[in-house]
Write a protein that binds this ligand. Structure first.
Ligand SMILES: C[S@@+](CC[C@H](N)C(=O)[O-])C[C@H]1O[C@@H](n2cnc3c(N)ncnc32)[C@H](O)[C@@H]1O
Length: 309
């Protein structure tokens, strides 16, 4: 994916469609309005508005603060200073997770700092968290009293997270050639929180990139899927919590979902991403194998299903 298109990946959120999304979009029919029922990180909605296939896209998720975070980033309102979140400790993460009420900011912290994006565990192991934080502090603030402080001057002119991160890699490569602490630097290859924050910053920068007209086609909605008001000619896309995966989002009722797509949702075109074929659907596209999230470790096909009545 070209750097200038990376904003379409949306929030680095659990279940992010990432690489598959372009293929999904190609397989979906054109229409007036696109409805992303279980929007999550938003990448399907963002790809839909930039595809030119729809006049409008509704990005919906029942999780209010996730929808609000995407909206805040894209509209830059309220402005979030992402540089304030570059080096959070385990203790700060746990405090946000356990003691703070749900909010845009808390969601941002959980997305940027949770291990495998599960919003539960802290990103790094105890083994290297200290060094990763030190390195990040040196990069952004200097004054750590360590050899890493060179990074601060080295990247002084960089004013985005992406640019800082790029210079960190450049510095690291240079140092590995001359520095005796080769092993340590080799281990400190990725600062995952910066990768995620740079993805959030891309969304903040969209307004400047003349994407305004496209972004105006995006509507935000916080609803349970059963509450959505849908027309017969809408193109409906569903990426629900998958059957039989550990990410059950507090228990998703798959029977109720089946009843909804068969009997309640009036749209003629309803598509569902799943690993197993569901009742009254046909396979519109097969993306091939993906390592399953279930304990068995089986590989299963990732499917795009179309509802047939
Ligand atoms: C598999 S994720 C979607 C991932 C998304 N396609 C992406 O690329 O980021 C499923 C989403 O469904 C949402 N969800 C779960 N139950 C829901 C419900 N009853 N109504 C609406 N959204 C729901 C969850 O909050 C979660 O964000």
């Amino acid at each position: 994916m070209k750097a200038k298109d990376k904003w379409k990946r949306g929030l680095p959120y659990v279940g992010n469609k990432g690489q598959k999304v372009e293929q999904i979009m190609e397989a979906l029919p054109n229409g007036k309005r696109f409805i992303d029922v279980f929007g999550g990180g938003g990448c399907v909605s963002l790809t839909a508005i930039s595809s030119g296939k729809y006049e409008e896209a509704i990005y919906n998720d029942q999780k209010k603060t996730v929808v609000e975070l995407l909206k805040a980033l894209i509209n830059d309102e309220p402005h979030l200073n992402l540089m304030d979140y570059v080096a959070l400790t385990r203790e700060q993460f746990i405090d946000w997770r356990d003691n703070q009420p749900d909010s845009i900011e808390r969601t941002l912290v959980l997305i940027a700092y949770s291990f495998s994006n599960n919003q539960k565990g802290y990103l790094w192991s105890r083994k290297n968290e200290e060094e990763k934080l030190l390195l990040t502090r040196a990069l952004f603030y200097g004054n750590t009293g360590t050899e890493f402080d060179q990074l601060y001057n080295y990247s002084l002119n960089a004013n985005t997270i992406s640019e800082k991160y790029r210079l960190f890699h450049k510095w690291r490569r240079e140092q590995m050639n001359i520095n005796s602490r080769y092993d340590l630097l080799q281990q400190l290859e990725r600062l995952q929180q910066l990768q995620r924050l740079q993805q959030l910053q891309r969304l903040q920068q969209l307004q400047q990139l003349q994407q305004l007209e496209r972004l105006q086609r995006l509507q935000y909605s916080v609803n349970d899927y059963r509450e959505l008001v849908i027309d017969t000619d809408d193109v409906v896309y569903c990426d629900p919590p998958y059957v039989g995966t550990q990410h059950d989002y507090g228990g998703f009722d798959h029977k109720a979902f089946e009843n909804w797509y068969l009997h309640e949702c009036p749209a003629k075109e309803i598509y569902i991403s799943e690993y197993t074929k569901l009742p009254h659907t046909e396979v519109a596209f097969n993306f091939g194998k993906k390592l399953s999230l279930t304990a068995t470790g089986k590989r299963r096909d990732e499917l795009l299903l179309r509802v047939v009545h």
